[in-house]
Design a protein around this ligand. Structure first.
Ligand code: NAD
Length: 358
C-alpha cells in the first residue's frame, strides 16, 4: 500500500523543525516523493549542514513564535503542516523551563493559529509517547492512558501541545493528528548533552570511551528507527480515518540499556566497556514499551527495521559524516561521571546532570 506516499507528489508542505534529527529524514523523504517542502527551523538544536539539499526544499531560519517568520512560511500556502519543532528535551527543559514553554507551548499554539488562518488542510503534531504517559502507566502503553503526574517541563509541554491540538479540532473543526514518538534513532541525529542515548553511545564508542549508564542497566526503552517513524508521520498526514486521533509510533520492542551499550561497543569494535553514571531524579521509568494496536488499525503503520541493522546504519552515517558530527557535538555541561571519561577538544565541561535517554 503506497497511497500515503503517492499523496505527497506535487503537494506543498511545511515542516517545522526540519533541520532536526527526525525532521531532516522527513524532509528528505518528502522531497523524494515529489513534494515541495518549506522548512522553518531556528537551528537551536538542528544543523543547516544536515538539511537535505534536494530539489524542492526551501529552508527558512526562524522561530515558531516569530510572527514575521510565520507569515513568511505560511505565505507559501502549505496544504499540510508537520509540526516537529521543539525545545528538546527532558533535561534541557529542567535546566531551561521557560524556553521550553516558549517553544513547545506558545510555538505550538501559534503554528495552530496560523494553520487555521491560512486554511491548512491538516496539521500533524509530534508528541512524545515517552513523555505523556507518565511513569505509572501499565505496559504496553496505550493511547487512552492519561497521566496528571509528568516528570519534566518538556513532558508537560508535549502534552500541552496535544491539548491545543484538541482545542483547534473541537472548536474550529481543524484536521489534526497527534503522533506520539518513542525514542527515535538513526542517521541524522547529532550527539550532544541533551540528545538521546543512541547517538551519544555511538559517538563515545567511536571515540573508544566507556559508555556511561545513567541509573539502571536493566531499564528498557522502545527504540524506533527514524525511517519507521517517518513512514508513520507520512501516514498521519494522509490517512482520512486518523483525523482527531492520537497514535503511538514506536517499534513495539523493548531493549535493555545494558544490552544496547554492549551491542554498540561490539558494532563499533570498542573494547572500552561501560561505566556507571549518576541517576537523574526525573528519569523514573524503568520500562517503556508501546502498544501499536491503534496505529496499526488507524494508520496501517508497521515498523520494519531490524534493531541491529538500524544501529549499523546509524554507525555508517557517523563514519560518513564524522568530521562535521564531531565539530557539532557539544557536551559542555556533561556530568562529572562522563567528564572523567571524555576528552572534549577545545571545551571545559561543567558539572551538570548525566546524559542518557530522553
Ligand atoms: P531535534 O532537536 O533534532 O529537532 C527539533 C528541531 O526543532 C531542531 O532542528 C531545532 O533547531 C528546531 N527548533 C527548536 N525550537 C525551535 C523554535 N522555537 N523555532 C523553530 N525551530 C525550533 O529533535 P527531534 O529528535 O528531531 O524531534 C522532533 C520532534 O519529535 C520534537 O517535537 C520532539 O519533541 C518529538 N519527539 C522526539 C523524540 C526522539 O526520540 N527524538 C521522541 C518523542 C518525541
Amino acid at each position: 500500500m503506497t497511497a500515503h506516499l503517492d499523496h505527497y507528489r506535487g503537494r506543498k508542505v511545511l515542516v517545522t523543525g526540519g533541520a532536526g534529527a527526525i525532521g531532516t529524514n522527513l524532509c528528505r523523504e518528502l522531497s523524494t516523493l515529489g513534494a515541495t517542502v518549506v522548512i522553518l527551523d531556528d537551528l537551536s538544536s538542528g544543523y543547516e549542514w544536515n538539511v537535505p539539499k534536494t530539489p524542492g526544499v526551501m529552508f527558512v531560519k526562524g522561530c515558531v513564535t516569530d510572527e514575521v517568520c510565520l507569515k513568511r512560511v505560511f505565505g507559501e500556502d502549505p496544504e499540510i503542516v508537520f509540526h516537529l519543532a521543539a525545545f528538546f528535551a527532558n533535561q534541557n527543559s529542567v535546566d531551561y523551563p521557560e524556553r521550553d514553554l516558549q517553544s513547545n507551548g506558545l510555538g505550538t499554539l501559534r503554528i495552530l493559529e496560523y494553520a487555521r488562518m491560512n486554511r491548512v488542510r491538516r496539521v500533524v503534531y509530534a508528541s512524545s509517547g515517552c513523555s505523556i504517559y507518565g511513569h505509572q502507566a501499565p505496559l504496553p502503553l496505550r493511547e487512552e492512558f492519561m497521566s496528571m503526574h509528568l516528570s519534566t517541563p518538556y513532558q508537560i509541554t508535549k502534552m500541552l501541545g496535544e491539548l491545543y491540538c484538541n482545542f483547534f479540532a473541537d472548536h474550529y473543526g481543524m484536521e489534526v493528528v497527534k503522533t506520539r514518538f518513542f525514542n527515535s534513532f538513526g542517521p541524522g541525529e547529532v550527539p550532544g548533552q541533551y540528545r538521546n542515548v543512541i547517538p551519544n553511545f555511538v559517538y563515545w564508542s567511536m571515540k573508544r570511551m566507556p559508555l556511561p549508564i545513567a541509573g539502571n542497566p536493566d531499564a528498557t526503552r522502545d527504540f524506533t528507527f527514524v525511517g519507521d517513524l517517518v513512514d508513520g508521520i507520512l501516514r498521519a498526514g494522509f490517512e482520512p480515518k486518523a483525523v482527531g486521533g492520537e497514535f503511538n509510533l514506536a517499534s513495539g520492542r523493548e531493549v535493555r540499556i545494558g544490552d544496547l551499550a554492549e551491542k554498540i561497543n561490539r558494532l563499533t569494535g570498542s573494547t572500552a566497556g561501560t561505566v556507571m553514571a549518576g541517576h537523574r531524579k526525573w528519569d523514573n521509568k524503568s520500562r517503556i514499551l508501546a502498544s501499536l494496536e491503534r496505529s496499526r488499525q488507524g494508520l496501517g503503520y508497521e515498523p520494519t527495521m531490524d534493531f541491529e541493522r538500524g544501529l549499523q546504519l546509524t554507525i555508517d552515517w557517523f563514519r560518513q559524516n564524522w568530521d562535521v558530527i564531531d565539530r557539532s557535538a557539544s557536551f559542555l555541561g556533561a556530568s562529572s561521571a562522563i567528564r572523567g571519561q571524555v576528552t572534549i577538544t577545545g571545551a571545559e565541561p561543567q558539572p551538570a546532570s548525566p546524559v542518557r535517554a530522553t
